[in-house]
Design a binder for this molecule. Sequence first.
Ligand SMILES: Nc1nc2c(c(=O)[nH]1)N[C@H]1C(S)=C(S)[C@@H](COP(=O)(O)OP(=O)(O)OC[C@H]3O[C@@H](n4cnc5c(=O)[nH]c(N)nc54)[C@H](O)[C@@H]3O)O[C@H]1N2
Ligand SMILES: Nc1nc2c(c(=O)[nH]1)N[C@H]1C(S)=C(S)[C@@H](COP(=O)(O)OP(=O)(O)OC[C@H]3O[C@@H](n4cnc5c(=O)[nH]c(N)nc54)[C@H](O)[C@@H]3O)O[C@H]1N2
Ligand code: SF4
Ligand SMILES: [Mo]
Length: 917
Amino acid sequence: MQVIGKTTCPYCGVGCGVDFPVNEWKEDIRPLENNKNKVCGDAHHPANFGRLCVKGSNLIDTLGLDGRLLHPVVKGKQASWDTALDTISTKIKQVVEEYGPDAFAFYLSGQILTEDYYVANKLAKGFIGTANVDTNSRLCMASAVVGYKRAFGTDTVPCCYEDLEQCDLLIMIGSNAAWTHPVLFQRISAAKQKRPEMKVVVIDPRETATCDIADLHLAITPGSDALIFNTLLVESERRGKLDYQFINDHTNGFKDTVQAARASSPSIENTAQEAGISVNELSQLVKWWCQTERSVSFYSQGVNQSSSGVDKANAIINCHLATGRIGREGMGPFSITGQPNAMGGREVGGLANQLAAHMDFTTPGAIDLVQQFWHAPKMATQNGLKAVDMFQAIEEGKVKVVWIMSTNPMVSLPDTNQVRRALEKCELVIVSDCQMNTDTAAMADVLLPATTWSEKDGTVTNSERRISRQRGLLPAPGEAKHDWWAMCEVAKRMGFMKAFNYASPNEIFIEHAALSAFENAGSTLRDFDIGGLSTLSKPEYDALSPIQWPVTPSQPQGTKRMFEDGLFFTPDRKARFIPITPKAPVERPSEQWPLVLNTGRLRDQWHTMTRTGKASILLNHSEQPYVEMSPSDAERLAVKDKTLVKLSSRVGEVLMRAKINEKQKSGNVFVPIHWTNQYNSANVISSLVPQVFDPLSGQPESKHACVNLEPVECTYYGYALALNPLELSAFDYWSDVTIPKGKRYEVAIKLPLDLSSLVHKAVYNKSEQSASSGDIECLTYTNPITNEHRFAFITKAGSESRLVAAFYFSPLPNLPDSRWLTSLFEREDPLNTSERIALLAGLPADVEDKGDIICSCFQVGSKQIEASIHKGCRSAEALGDSLKCGTNCGSCIPELKALIESTSTTSTTLDSEELAS
Ligand SMILES: Nc1nc2c(c(=O)[nH]1)N[C@H]1C(S)=C(S)[C@@H](COP(=O)(O)OP(=O)(O)OC[C@H]3O[C@@H](n4cnc5c(=O)[nH]c(N)nc54)[C@H](O)[C@@H]3O)O[C@H]1N2
Ligand SMILES: Nc1nc2c(c(=O)[nH]1)N[C@H]1C(S)=C(S)[C@@H](COP(=O)(O)OP(=O)(O)OC[C@H]3O[C@@H](n4cnc5c(=O)[nH]c(N)nc54)[C@H](O)[C@@H]3O)O[C@H]1N2
Ligand code: SF4
Ligand SMILES: [Mo]
């Protein structure tokens, strides 16, 4: 009988419940290869009701131990936990004594559990005495937090997921939820299919997969969101749609706010022109907004990651307050969270400008209250350093010890060259990670092996305030330990025995819950109150069902929606309007840096790929980084599709492949954020983003940098496949594309080199395990007309020959499909004669070239889909019936629809690169 463990997905803030097949796993053995049991969506979890997206469905493929950090490392050498913990605690004590508590800093993550966060926050703010506790949520949620706090006096998401299904108008601002919150997007799509009268508007400079369900897409000039919402406010007033009762009874500051809105957005015509959209488009949004009571504004990084992100958030919230569309079914300003536990961090107070449990340093009496609760010897008394400031202070030598936990700032902070300089300068860099080789781990003095998803035990809070359990179902591999444990051990070594003597995450959680209710006057002072969970026994905690905070004696089953009573958490309990004067992004295009760089996410990768990069299936959708540009920019700059280009800004430069897309606005380019130096020859896109941030929230403007783009002449494009890792330093560009077995790289070479010596160097430099060159035969093929070159290295042993490595080069970037070659590494039996011949062609005549994989779940490629469309499949459902694509997680449905549209209007072109073998 199969035992199913219930846990929560470790990726996005939707927070889906996951059913995990537990008894397929044995102590220390991970039968990944034989494990046919996939994880499934938990049918009873209120976030997903059984659905999972493609990242969630493939979780098991990311659990292999390859690349896992399995023991502590101190100064490059394997060490015991004792040595590592002593090194850390001794150094923290020393710098704190010598330079004061602010010489220490934690840089945490919205991906640690609430219990981890709580321990870090307590140790730093109550025992070491510094508020230098910041997190990657600064790059993610900080503007949304400040927006809510300015308006409501508290950091509170008023809505719940049902509101997205119940509304009649959904405005999605700077969110590509089809790729970034896929299960929620599917819930929205299903609701819209049921009630086609429900309107969806997408506000995004790019036409994304999310536009698939949009009735209206406003492709605004980047950064012009606040103008649009000021217009909605002005027009709501002009058309008599304001809720004066609500404004009078429950808010302050309306008059100044509407005046500021009138000043910036005097007319629809004016705003349309400034925002780069048509008057008709904007009029349509205004009309729908004015006539639709049940409206939700759903916003994400296109709003937050801006130098005026807080103002954008308040411009949105103002419109909801003015129309009284908050605290009721199907309405409200809904900031969607990115990470699985960014919300938990916010609840704990794990940001440098928060104290604890929804209390700030400036909240009257809060420091004393927390000190009393923690019995804390040394309270921090004022805000600490926010992420970017923290890394600047490290470079300036003010912060001397930094403990980085569950985040990869060498990839994700803006201006990663600055981050490198800072970490090089820092006296002790501690990195807690589950993976050994990350760009940040490479900078560490002490590496601590962390347990990760499926091993960790604790809670996370999703975007609708719902607290769910992540459960430890697998044993910790090697010497990996829980993050909370490592911090408690350091705290104890620093002399704080009693306060950090937790035996389990349950003990930490109930303390956190008790603090939330401590002297909270029945939750009237602070809305974050989970006092109702403060007495959970271990079995109760282990069995905890998903529940939305607040959880109090009066709301023991949790709380779906906030502010239903119109009472906010300001001193007079009224919400505040904030007058907004829209500001343009800081960097302006110039002659030297003429293009606007926008960065964001892809459907199948998670951040810096340390986990999703392990699953070959998840690399099929996008194999390598690219810069997406409009056809007119490409023509003007003489850039051809798939060729190599150089992108540069005032702080860095990268090389990547061009992807020409008519959905990209001209003057704007888009680059995915995921690739790191572990997977690619130096293409970290954040190295181009300068450290510009919102002065109120400290959140970087990661969606708007100014860059130059130029073509890079290449003599050859190609790919390399090998059983063992290749030495690729002689290649100008390479990208590692994970395959089930062996290695595959996409490569490019600028100068004409001797290809034969290049490939021999690549194979022999590093593959000591492989047979010596005497046992390996190199087959070659050159086409003098097309200037294509192919090399296949096979073991010589006659009929037993197997593929060791293969290289394909062409002056053009279109190469034959390598899937068949890749599959040879997975095979048991040796190559037969016709296969040996086919090696140099890339594909035997009887194997189908599927094209780019569109449906990851069923591995269906674009060429198969196009063929079916030509045979008459004219809907996603029809394609699903014939090829199964889109019938599992549904993430590819927007792309299927796009293919139907493009294939139906254009005739297919034959791939000129296909070889007659
Ligand atoms: N597949 C996948 N899903 C993820 C993640 C992942 O790594 N991979 N990460 C998770 C995390 S932590 C986060 S924070 C979320 C982020 O989720 P999203 O915010 O949905 O994702 P992004 O791709 O960062 O950006 C969203 C959109 O903002 C647009 N944008 C850029 N500038 C502007 C502007 O000025 N105005 C407006 N209105 N839009 C603009 C971009 O074109 C982009 O399409 O995703 C979460 N989900
Ligand atoms: N240019 C640009 N930059 C961006 C963004 C953008 O849109 N554009 N988006 C920003 C946003 S919204 C975000 S959220 C960040 C994300 O950026 P990061 O936080 O830097 O990215 P991750 O890859 O999620 O890093 C998580 C790390 O934690 C490790 N890990 C996983 N589980 C555990 C665990 O349980 N314990 C420990 N100790 N480690 C663990 C992983 O292996 C990985 O190394 O990027 C930000 N940077
Ligand atoms: S939508 Fe996908 S990534 Fe997000 S929590 Fe659900 S399964 Fe995980
Ligand atoms: Mo994020």
